[in-house]
Design a protein around this ligand. Structure first.
Ligand code: COA
Length: 120
């Protein structure tokens, strides 16, 4: 959580899960739980979400990711991001998907730089 506003308490983490589930209910999509087959059922999340805050680039669709530290360095976020972009540009027929990170969050920016967004 180094580059995010703060670490989450259990209650805040549970509230985040509630918001993710509500996002799926309202929009039909959201951030997906990431499973590594035959290894572990949940290493983090990645996917599409509609930011709740206001900025010069909102309203927009965001692709984002967050993995447990012990699962960094395997390309999972990059793989998940590509699938999310394929879903957004393909199934949802979006014309634009945004991503943003702290300037110093080099690992997140590397995921963005690795994109080879499939467009239909
Ligand atoms: C952002 C975050 C998901 C990136 O994790 P990551 O492990 O660096 O990214 P990936 O899963 O795509 O893995 C890429 C790494 O796997 C390596 N890798 C191994 N096999 C790979 C493969 N088949 N394909 C791609 N990369 C592979 C890459 O070389 C790279 O390692 P390196 O940076 O040491 O060279 C992670 O740092 C994180 O969860 N951060 C905290 C939350 C956060 O900041 N979220 C973003 C907020 S804007």
């Amino acid at each position: 959580m180094e580059f995010l506003p703060s670490r989450l308490s259990r209650a805040e983490s549970d509230a985040l899960v509630d918001r993710i589930q509500k996002h799926f209910s309202e929009h039909g999509f959201g951030v997906w739980a990431i499973e590594v087959l035959n290894l572990t059922p949940f290493i983090g999340f990645a996917g599409l979400t509609i930011p709740r805050f206001s900025a010069h680039f909102t309203p927009c669709m965001e692709v984002g990711w967050r993995l447990a530290f012990e699962h960094w360095g395997h390309g999972y976020a990059t793989e998940a991001a590509r699938l999310a972009l394929g879903y957004g540009f393909g199934t949802l027929a979006l014309s634009e998907i945004m991503s943003f990170a702290a300037v110093t969050n080099h690992r997140s920016r590397a995921v963005m730089a690795a994109w080879d967004a499939p467009r239909s």
